[in-house]
Design a protein around this ligand. Structure first.
Ligand code: TEU
Ligand code: CA
Length: 551
């Protein structure tokens, strides 16, 4: 298998707004990232992914960019960014940026000029359409509720926005748009960034003529705008814009199945190194992202296993269960309460011993949990607020909506990182832009650092193991099948080395069945007194173990 630095490293995701506030305005900033850089480095991660830090009016927390070559005012200055990049490099880490080029902010200069007149030379930078029979141009729906079209009074035409109405979609058919994007990419590469996480990269190509789409329960029209006819060409264009640089690319690919993604990440003819897939994080959702349903553990295991098998030697997995768009993984796939710490370790073991690059969402490494704000006024996320408004308008009782928001809101992942038990969880000296999770008095970095058995220390060991044992990175994958439902067990093999992982993904006792091996050496276990003996291994609630044998 081809070796690469981005296969060997772990990615740590920094959502700057919620990471650390260095100047007391309640908003996390680049100064805060600098302040805590040694904390990140001490985890052992090799790559930092920064969510968008560009100039933005923050309708969608930076995913609405008004200037791709400036830093968001609240986050700091370009000089500070340069300092941060140098500091990351001097600690032997790399930094990747979020590239958001499916859409811009409505405050971007291009859009301001585009909307000003049909004759503007920027008109075709965006997707404009007259109404059809007095109504919308087609039936496409926005990811953030409502139609994907907004009527703009200045010219009487509609513009397309797959996300909020303040995020107009760029027109990739326009060659000038593509060359603008290439220039933006070169601008950041010349600064020395090490790659990009590319936002909804598979939505760039819309079906010609913008026809009506199929009426899907979750998102009408996505058969006309996801993985569209020119998507490979556009993604190749993005890739070619980076030629000459040793970079890593990870495409966020929503509404794409395993076969589609296998094409995107194919080492020979693909266009991205890896892709963020939505399969595992959709298994406990019904109709859309605010409809929680019970997780089918069998499907959960099978999903991971099938992605492992399909991409083994023919691609590379991006391993995650949480990010800034997803609820906290411990609350969702593990447990809050007494099993919080043990289940957080088991989920980490899963993600860090499969084949692929593990992604850690800030706060995950201390087992941060979902929040349940008392009222909608405490929520900040545009998707959450739109959903609430839409359901209320549809006549639903607000008290019935809130529990779904508690379980599913993206704000679950966006509460301030809990650094200590001090006021505002040590995030900063002023009240933060979004409420702190009240569990900060017990769940925080300071207490995790002091406890040798903490989730944080466990993450450090897991990450260190990756550097000591090439089998964790490059070993192939085979599932140890025929287990009880809560047990997930698999082997990774590299030459004579076999790494075995057994996981109990539940709160009930279970037994794992594994092959007999002589010389098992335990590398890590979620319970300190685990002993890897025999072929039938009893597992306590959320027990996880990883051992190695050289035969
Ligand atoms: O997310 C794209 C995406 O598919 C999400 O809208 C997803 O469906 C939803 O968050 C699930 O709850 C990316 C970014 O990660 C997200 O933060 C942005 O809001 C979005 O693109 C628009 O840029
Ligand atoms: Ca600040």
């Amino acid at each position: 298998m081809r070796q690469a630095w981005w296969k060997e490293a772990v990615v740590y995701q920094v959502y700057t707004r919620s990471f650390k506030d260095s100047n007391g305005d309640g908003i996390g900033d680049l100064g805060g990232v600098l302040e805590k850089l040694d904390y990140i480095a001490d985890l052992g991660v090799g790559i930092i992914w920064l969510n968008p830090i560009y100039r933005s009016p923050n309708d969608d927390n930076g995913y609405d960019i008004s200037d791709y070559r400036q830093i968001m005012n609240e986050f700091g200055t370009m000089r500070l960014f340069d300092e941060l990049l140098a500091a990351v490099h001097s600690r032997g880490m790399r930094l990747i940026m979020d590239l958001v080029v499916n859409h811009t902010s409505d405050e971007h200069e291009w859009f301001r000029r585009s909307r000003s007149s049909k004759e503007s030379e920027f008109r075709d930078y965006y997707i404009w359409h007259p109404g059809k029979e007095g109504g919308l141009p087609n039936n496409w729906r926005s990811f953030f509720e409502g139609p994907a079209w907004e009527l703009d009074p200045a010219t009487g035409e509609y513009y397309l926005h797959l996300f909020s109405r303040r995020q107009p979609d760029l027109n990739w058919e326009n060659e000038r748009v593509r060359s603008e994007v290439r220039d933006i990419i070169r601008f950041w590469l010349e600064k020395g960034v090490d790659g990009f996480r590319m936002d909804v990269i598979n939505l760039l190509s819309k079906a010609p003529g913008l026809p009506d789409g199929t009426d899907f329960s979750s998102l009408t029209g996505h058969d006309q705008f996801a993985n569209g006819p020119r998507i490979s060409e556009y993604m190749r264009f993005v890739k070619d814009s980076m030629s000459g640089y040793d970079v890593m690319t990870v495409g966020e690919t929503t509404l794409a199945d395993l076969e589609t993604i296998a094409g995107y990440v194919n080492p020979e003819h693909g266009t991205v190194d890896m892709a963020i897939n939505f399969e595992q994080v959709s298994l406990d959702r019904g109709q859309g992202v605010f409809d929680p349903i019970p997780l089918d553990l069998r499907a959960f295991k099978e999903s991971f296993a099938s992605w492992q098998r399909r991409l083994d030697g023919r691609g590379w997995n991006c391993l995650y269960l949480s990010n800034h768009d997803q609820p906290r993984q411990v609350s969702r796939f593990g447990e809050d309460g007494p099993n919080r710490s043990i289940s957080a370790k088991t989920l980490a073991t899963l993600l860090h011993t499969l084949q692929g690059t593990p992604f850690i969402m800030q706060g995950e490494e201390i087992g941060m949990t979902n929040v349940a704000f008392g009222g909608i006024d405490e929520y900040r996320d545009v998707a959450t607020l739109n959903y609430y408004r839409e359901r209320v308008a549809a006549g639903e009782d607000p008290a019935a909506i809130l529990p779904r928001i508690h379980a599913c809101s993206r704000d679950n992942a966006r509460t301030p990182v809990q650094w200590s038990a001090e006021p505002y969880a040590g995030f900063g000296s002023a009240e933060p832009w979004i409420g702190v999770n009240p569990d900060y008095t017990t769940v925080n970095v300071e207490s995790e650092l002091a406890d040798p058995d903490s989730v944080l220390q466990y993450y450090r060991r897991l990450i260190a193991l990756r550097k000591e044992h090439p089998v964790i990175v490059y070993g192939d994958f085979s599932e140890l099948t025929d287990q009880e439902i809560p047990v997930f067990a698999f082997e990774r093999r590299l030459d004579a080395t076999v790494l075995t992982t057994v996981l109990n993904l539940s709160t009930t006792d279970a037994v794992a069945v594994v092959p007999e091996e002589e010389d098992r050496r335990l590398l890590l276990a979620s319970y300190a007194d685990f002993e890897p003996r025999g072929s039938r291994i009893p597992l306590r609630p959320w027990e996880a173990a990883v051992w190695i044998s050289e035969s």
